[in-house]
Design a protein around this ligand. Structure first.
Ligand SMILES: [Zn+2]
Length: 323
């Protein structure tokens, strides 16, 4: 159809040489025009590159190394949901979500998933969100607990680059510490302590001179620290009179994003990326610290970060000693 046969139409002009000839007026290479019998006016357009998505970061970020990697994420709560989105945004190729729980209305104030997902399995809600936001990431949704069906988790742990545990229960954290070491897989454990006052990330390496989660805690207790692990079983509250909410969503998301960064750094460091080395194996950071905790949890400023080294295995540890 010729333009004269219609009243209004849109035309696309390509002028590859224009920016060189007229640098001061900065004409884009492609311009769309809305043309009427009286006038033509430019229309803003968004030109999509043939290399769209993560390939655009090639040369600046190890896209190919992460694309081929899997991360298992144990628990997709307020910390885990944020960690899942962060992992995908770093370009992790496959994420295995493990959580048997459904999203409940009291979760929404702190969870990345919105109220429209209430009643759904958390793994399904986050899988759908990731499919929309990060279509290049493959997501497996396992609606199981890491404790009971360990036979489902164990074989998959050998295939992942790292397991990231954001469970707030002691049992699940210890199971992940144990199974990851047996599978010779790195683990990153993230939580908040002291009713959300302090964020904590512990990395566990399956190496002979590195201890498990229990060895780490006992080494700190031997030096006079409290063991914050048992208090984790209380969770972060549900917002009822008997179980008031403690940690706030933004802080939990920050911990999840830091944990995802530590997990990605762990994978990349193993791939030889020396710029991904972490300052230590145990990070503690102030979210809204209160005074009076014993070292190393005695952060007294919001935003303080303290990195500590690992602890060696204790003699006779059932996790650290080879069976
Ligand atoms: Zn141990």
């Amino acid at each position: 159809m010729s333009p004269s046969a219609v009243e209004d139409y849109v035309a696309l002009t390509v002028s590859a040489e224009a920016p060189a000839e007229f640098p001061d007026i900065n004409i884009p290479e492609m311009v769309a025009w809305y043309v009427t019998p009286a006038a033509a006016r430019p229309v803003a357009i968004d030109v999509v590159s043939a290399e769209y998505g993560f390939p655009q970061l090639t040369g600046h970020w190890p896209v190919a190394h992460l694309e081929e990697k899997s991360v298992m994420l144990v628990r997709v709560g307020s910390i885990g949901g944020a960690a899942a989105h962060a992992l995908a945004s770093y370009g992790v190729g496959r994420i295995v979500l493990v959580d048997p729980d459904r999203l409940l209305s009291h979760n929404v104030v702190r969870h990345v998933s919105s109220v429209k997902h209430v009643g759904r399995l958390k793994v399904d809600a986050v899988k759908q969100e990731l499919a929309e936001a990060w279509p290049a990431t493959h997501v497996d949704a396992l609606p199981v607990d890491v404790i009971a069906p360990a036979h489902l988790i164990r074989p998959r742990l050998r295939d992942v680059g790292v397991v990231l545990c954001t469970a707030d229960g002691v049992a699940a954290r210890r199971v992940v510490s144990h199974l990851a070491r047996r599978a010779r897989t790195d683990a990153v454990l993230a939580c908040v302590l002291q009713d959300g006052a302090v964020g904590e990330i512990i990395r566990l390496r399956p190496w002979a001179d590195h201890g498990c989660l229990t060895c780490r805690r006992e080494a700190l207790v031997a030096r006079g620290a409290v063991d914050p692990e048992p208090a984790l079983d209380l969770g972060y509250g549900t917002g009822t009179a008997h179980r008031p909410m403690t940690a706030v969503g933004g802080d939990l998301h920050l911990v999840g994003q830091m944990a995802a960064k530590a997990a990605v750094a762990t994978v990349l460091e193993r791939k030889g990326h020396s710029d991904q080395k972490l300052p230590g194996e145990h990070a503690i950071f102030g979210l809204r610290p209160t005074l009076g905790w014993t070292p190393p949890f005695d952060l007294n400023r919001n935003g303080d970060i303290r990195w500590l080294p690992h602890s060696p295995p204790r003699p006779g540890c059932p996790t650290c000693e080879e069976p």
